[in-house]
Design a protein around this ligand. Structure first.
Ligand code: AMP
Ligand code: MG
Length: 356
């Protein structure tokens, strides 16, 4: 484990350090250091065509990375930064191709985490993709980083991540969808009439963004239709990569499925245990709350969506480490409860279910 001073020293001398943010832990390197950035790709086993998010602590740092902002971008930034929102902006030429995977745009975020902001102030902009091996669930606490990179990996500890889900990724320029990559023109069928396009849902929801203009969610399945898998280029390259999936089989749990879920090899994640148990009691032979607690590994969130988001990846990781065969997750898709986290949580669970 590193102190902040050591973390700054390591990063400034070209090292790679795992750092805390409010979303997930990041694997950080200086945005200007090509070797360190390549080390990040190697460590994560991340394909080099999957660009990195640059983390900054001030608008001054932003101006080193991106060209001037539009009014819309500026007002969105003023409202949501620091926070779990990544914007895809026009890059300055000096940004390394390794960071953007050759795109003319760059993804940038100002994290809402005091230790991370302090670090960024001292190091300058850092790339920081999630500090996990590509394909494993994102790390939401230091132990997760250690699981993937070993117990002596340099980590700046900032406690458990308060959100626990990756940032929302958006662009405010529909013309970015017909961007150019290494002078090769890319055509996209994405509707280009929206003011804001969401590539990845996160804690900053479609509803929160709609205050600033029309919003279109460009989903991975839409991307799959528009771009057959053989094509290497997508408007947001991460859309084509497998994410968030544990080895255990992940399934939605309806109240009626409760009996099936109750086995020693199942881990069950519930937003609201009482609600599930009460509904299940309508089914003949159903189990009581007490029986449920005793017969499987039950993770419950007492109705808190924040807690549900925080515990999702941890549950996936526990399932893998402790060899559970199934992860059952309360089916929240039809829930009438409103939360800005709902779309992001459903998105991550669906990815885990489909293994994509
Ligand atoms: P991660 O670092 O794994 O949270 O993923 C960052 C994701 O942001 C990538 O997988 C891309 O989908 C997206 N992204 C990063 N840079 C760009 C960019 N310049 N244009 C479009 N999408 C980007
Ligand atoms: Mg990641």
């Amino acid at each position: 484990m590193l102190g902040i001073k050591e973390a700054v020293e390591r990063l400034n001398s070209g090292g790679v350090v795992a750092i805390p943010t409010e979303t997930v832990y990041g694997l950080a390197a200086k945005v200007t250091n090509l070797q360190a950035i390549q080390e990040v790709f190697t460590l994560k086993r991340r394909p080099s065509d999957n660009p990195l998010i640059v983390h900054i602590s001030s608008l001054e740092q932003l101006s080193e990375i991106s060209k001037p902002l539009t009014e819309l971008e500026l007002s969105i930034i003023n409202k949501f930064w620091p926070g779990p929102l990544t914007l895809i902006l026009r890059r300055k030429k000096k940004v390394l191709d390794a960071v953007t995977a050759g795109l003319e745009t760059v993804a940038v975020r100002m994290p809402n985490h005091s230790i991370c902001l302090d670090l960024l102030q001292r190091t300058g902009p850092l790339v920081a993709p999630s500090a996990n091996l590509s394909g494993t669930p994102s790390p939401t606490k230091k132990e997760h980083v250690q699981n993937d990179f070993g117990p002596s990996f340099p980590i700046l500890d900032g406690g458990a991540c308060t959100i626990g889900l990756e940032s929302t990724v958006i662009t405010c320029r529909s013309d970015y969808l017909s961007t150019t990559i290494k002078n090769e023109s890319v055509y996209t069928k994405t509707p280009s009439h929206s003011d804001i396009i969401i590539y990845r849902p996160g804690a900053i929801s479609e509803q929160l963004l709609s205050e600033f203009g029309s919003v279109h969610y460009y989903s991975a399945s839409q991307a799959e239709q528009d771009y057959p898998r053989s094509k290497p280029i997508l408007p947001s390259p991460g859309l084509k990569y497998r994410h968030y999936a544990p080895k255990a089989k992940v399934q939605w749990l309806s109240s009626f499925d409760l009996l099936r879920a109750v086995t020693e090899t199942s881990i069950v994640l519930l937003l609201d245990k009482n609600q599930v148990v009460n509904q299940a009691q309508a089914v003949e032979g159903s189990i009581s709350s007490q029986e449920l607690v005793q017969s499987c590994n039950l993770v419950e969130c007492e109705g808190s969506w924040e807690r549900f988001g925080q515990l999702l990846y941890d549950t996936f990781r526990v399932a893998d480490i402790e060899n559970y065969t199934h992860v059952f997750v309360q089916d929240i898709r039809q829930s009438t409860a409103r939360s800005s986290l709902k779309d992001a949580i459903i998105n991550r669970i669906e990815k885990a279910i489909s293994g994509q």
